[in-house]
Design a protein around this ligand. Sequence first.
Ligand SMILES: [Zn+2]
Length: 200
Amino acid sequence: MSKLYFRYGAMNCGKSTNLLQVAHNYEERGMKVLIIKPKTDTKGADKVVSRLGVTRNVDFWIDKNINIYNLIDDYMKNNGDVNCVLADEVQFFTSKQIDELFEVAVKLNIPTICYGLRTDFQMKGFEGSARLLMLAHSLEELKTICNCGKKALLNGRKINGKFVFEGEQIAIDKEDNIEYEALCPKCYFDYKEIYESDKI
Ligand SMILES: [Zn+2]
């Protein structure tokens, strides 16, 4: 029986690079991988973009109402076996879609590796990640560091260069320049204090 893996980490911890490396390793041995990504994520659209400069189109760019189990089952009926499913930005999948990925691993017997964030910029969970933390056979942290040198655990949102701690989970305002930065908890709370005192 194959497993469902959740490889999580803060922003810029190398999730996409790891995903593309795994795809390369399988393909080097003549094996078939499918790369999927939820449609909610607009960054890079239907591509997986690694910060090292490697970019690749996804096989399926998936809407919230799509049943991923049926999608992959149908794909295999028409195209033959798949050796590995790689899912990028999984925090944006629905809880139901994570259940479907679990079934892909168990019932279709395909190793399924999910990459995503654990928490958002307000330390709240994402639907997809929360479900993965409950279901995945294997949880693996991809580590990165904060600017101060400590291990980054959280994600800060910057608008026009300043950290903000209020707003929608998925930023839709395209007029502002939104960036994310991995932060250690100490720096996160320091920036939050500055944000709160600037509001008064
Ligand atoms: Zn720090």
